[in-house]
Ligand binder design. Sequence first.
Ligand SMILES: Cc1ncc(COP(=O)(O)O)c(C=O)c1O
Length: 365
Amino acid sequence: LSHNLNNPTSRTLNLMSKIIEKLCRIESYEEPEVKGQVYRLHFNENLHLPDDYYYKLLDIKLSIDDVKYYTEPLNKSFNKLLANFLNLHENQVFTTCGADEALRLILQLSLHGYKKVLIIEPTYGLVKILAKVMNLNVDTAVVNDKLEIDIDDITERRDVDVIYICNPNNPTGHFFNISNLEKIITNVDSLIVIDEAYIEFSGKDHIPLIHKYDNVVLIRTFSKAWGLAGLRVGYVLGSEKIIQILKKISLPHNIPYPSIIYVSKALKLKNYVEESIRSIIQVREFMIRELKSMVDYVYPSVTNFITFKISNAEIVWKKLLERGFLTRILNNNPYCKDCIRVTVPPLSIAKVFLTTLRQILEELR
Ligand SMILES: Cc1ncc(COP(=O)(O)O)c(C=O)c1O
């Protein structure tokens, strides 16, 4: 041992191995590999947009300069374009490399505070992992049987820098009452992050909250309703002060310029997105009605996915996959045991999915 301590290389290795060991103990964010021809119903992308939308979007010839040079620092022009689109001031908007980057940036703020974040379970699994790999402490509150938050419990928590609330929530798909969120916002010192990845499907909106409160930020994405997950563009809305800080801790060239070009074009094709949302809502309601007669419990979704509880969830999930439907099994989430989450597909596929599920349940009887 004394030999090791006197040897700087060994000391470094000892320290490194401690860090590596600690990080190894943190669970990884598991994503299924997509093999062969399957319906991809596991990631909540928008499957209702017509090819025409994508043809119009991609009908832009990139110039040499678009890829030769570094992007505009912090995407200033796009922040402005997006702010105009949303009727906000450019200083209230900051574009990120997907909602995930926004989440990581916001959690990073906690490193300068008490190093503690609070999440409301069950929720988007990546948040806890991001916080843990940043060596933050994660506090958890759990929704009750009616999927409501215990406001008193949350407001009594101490030394919390950031409270993460996903609304509409993933994986339940339900919506937390905004007036309850407001009770939390007005009774804590923490920064409240509302992840609005699925907001466009819900017909709701938290934007009034950022005009009223400095301790609220909203995270949005072009990956879900806008059907552009591969471009990796998300954004944060909040007070000028918070946005300024996020810009400070962001990488200066966080998004490839082609993504900015295509997303800018998408803003002009909003009608396609609105039409697809109407279609998703119709199919979602049809699927919820059908599923209710087949499974143990269907969560009340206002999103483009549905989560249901079912006996033998793992077996059902495997059989669905064998028959060409890749869904999300939530068994790793202790708050969603025996649950499967499925993206709402176009009606024709939804019908085949339901018939397949019915057959599987018959076989398991
Ligand atoms: C709640 C929630 N937030 C954020 C994300 C990530 O979005 P993005 O693709 O913009 O990084 C997802 C993706 O599934 C999500 O479900």
